[in-house]
Ligand binder design. Structure first.
Ligand SMILES: Cc1cc2nc3c(=O)[nH]c(=O)nc-3n(C[C@H](O)[C@H](O)[C@H](O)COP(=O)(O)OP(=O)(O)OC[C@H]3O[C@@H](n4cnc5c(N)ncnc54)[C@H](O)[C@@H]3O)c2cc1C
Length: 478
């Protein structure tokens, strides 16, 4: 049965992090809001993203630490082993709790009307919602609104590799529920998901090949910092950098992966192929072309107010092709929700200095500009670089892999960026991020590793010996 004529001020498509944030912001302006979701509810982050991946990594880290214990004078009676069924059960239990919390809050919210169903734009500019989904009431609805927000998230990208459609492969979602840890895995992609889950699989017992088309990993540009990461990761993973996967085929239980690096071709054979080649906005079935939303390279074209080529339709979160980060989804959702409800007072989502963290070990955390980006932006960057092996605390805690670098504008002394590969990078980077947010100069910085970098820059600036973007050899400043 079709019902039509239900009308709202703002309709949000997608009850993920971006969509829920958008609904709240729109409702706060007094708008009557509906949120449509085909399910499952609970957000990507809690169900199949940030949370389960970090739970796995925590166990993997614990496993890796056992290997270092004898070095610290702690002998285990027997070599440690990884108990995947226990880790998987713990992941399932924690995720059920996180998801349950979100689902209950979504279903009981008095800020919007939740409609369970698959949304698709109709030719007349209305939204057709098919309620024949898990949790839906089976009804078909035609909904009308003054403005709309597309917050439909993202889907994994499958690269066009010869033979890919004929071999079994897994995606990040599948890693959380594997029956058993495979003996060997080829991970296609060296972004955050490939690195984090690839390292998890290694520490859980698999032999792991990680194939990356470019030379960079974890969004680090070329230089000594990237080199330090490559050195650290190579101790565990077989890295195939600047390597293209040209074809895949199945031979019995094995997947054969053909690789090419410059003129060299080779083949590796693995039990499992794990495709981690990025994600793209999920617009499947939404029929945005019917309402004049222009899409370029899979991303809805939008302006700084997140407004698409249809002035009544906004986009937020992974659906906007934003860096796939939870906080970006939330900030964009808020701005899109406000803008959809109050187009007379458009907001721009706060552009915090872009902060990225890859929770591999050593952890990689970056904020703001690296030296090359600073130069391109017209600054005179002064750069301090230091390896952790040169730092007392890192030696004490036996975590000396990696390095850190700080980028400061030589003229204003303002902090332009920081890149850290190493212990507590995920926490330290927030100090720098706050400092940047408040426009701090290098003189304002204080923290274990950070002051030595800051001191170096202050000293160089005083002596007019700024390195102008050159990476300094490390010295013994304490
Ligand atoms: C393995 C993994 C690890 C990650 N780790 C991190 C991390 O450590 N830190 C971090 O910041 N980010 C991380 N992310 C990214 C982060 O999870 C996402 O950026 C964020 O969750 C995106 O939120 P969203 O609201 O855009 O999308 P989602 O939460 O996916 O919400 C989209 C919603 O839209 C609904 N929907 C889609 N199409 C329709 C339709 N046609 N009709 C109705 N409903 C529809 C879906 O059901 C879904 O509920 C990770 C992602 C993955 C995959």
């Amino acid at each position: 049965m079709m019902t039509s004529g239900e009308r709202f001020d703002v309709i949000v498509i997608g009850a993920g992090t971006a969509g829920l944030s958008a609904a709240k912001a729109a409702q706060q302006t007094g708008a009557r809001v509906a949120v449509i979701d085909h399910g499952p509810l609970g957000t990507l982050c809690a169900r199949k993203g940030c949370m389960p991946s970090k739970i796995l990594l925590h166990s993997a880290d614990a496993m890796a630490r056992t290997g270092r214990l004898p070095h610290l004078g702690v002998d285990l009676p027997e070599p440690a082993s990884f108990n995947w069924p226990v880790v998987r059960a713990r992941t399932r239990e924690l995720v059920a709790d996180f998801v349950g919390h979100v689902v209950r809050a979504t279903e009981s919210s008095d800020k919007f009307t939740l409609i369970r169903g698959a949304a698709a734009f109709a030719e007349d500019g209305k939204l057709r919602v098919d309620g024949d989904v898990n949790g839906g009431d089976g009804r078909e609805r035609l909904l009308e609104a003054r403005s709309w927000i597309i917050a439909t998230g993202s889907a994994p990208t499958i690269p066009p590799i010869a033979g890919i459609e004929k071999v079994p492969y897994i995606l990040s979602d599948d890693v959380f529920t594997l029956d058993e840890i495979p003996r060997s895995v080829a991970v296609l992609g060296g972004g955050p998901i490939g690195l984090e889950l690839g390292q998890f699989l290694r520490r859980a017992g698999a032999e792991v090949h990680l194939v990356q088309r470019g030379r960079t990993l974890a969004r680090l540009s070329e230089g000594p910092l990237l080199d330090s990461l490559v050195t650290a990761l190579s101790r565990e993973l077989t890295l195939h950098l600047e390597t293209t996967t040209t074809a895949v085929r199945q031979e019995g239980a094995e997947t054969c992966v053909s690789l090419r690096r410059r003129d060299l071709e080779k083949e590796i054979r693995v039990d499992r192929l794990f495709v981690a080649a990025g994600r793209h906005p999920d617009l499947e079935g939404l029929r945005v072309e019917r309402v004049g939303v222009r899409v370029e390279r899979g991303v809805p074209v939008h302006d700084e107010h997140l407004r698409t080529s249809n002035p009544n339709i906004f986009v937020a979160g992974d659906a906007a092709g934003a860096p796939a980060l939870l906080h970006t989804a939330s900030l964009q959702g808020h701005a899109a929700g406000h803008n959809a409800a109050r187009p007379d007072e458009l907001q721009i989502p706060p552009i915090a200095p872009l902060l990225t963290i890859v929770f591999c070990d050593p952890t990689v955390a970056t904020v703001g500009l690296d030296p090359e980006a600073a130069r391109r932006a017209g600054y005179s960057p002064c750069v301090a670089f230091r390896p952790w092996s040169d730092q007392g605390k890192a030696r004490v805690i036996d975590q000396t892999e990696g390095a850190a670098q700080l980028v400061v504008d030589a003229v204003s002394k303002k902090i332009l960026g920081c890149q850290i590969v190493g212990p507590h990078a995920d926490l330290l980077i927030h100090l720098i991020s706050y400092a940047m947010h408040f426009g701090a100069t290098v003189d304002d910085l204080l923290a274990e590793m950070i002051p030595s970098l800051a001191q170096r820059i202050v000293r160089d600036l005083e002596k007019h010996e700024c390195l102008r973007g050159e990476v300094a050899p490390c010295d013994q400043m304490q």
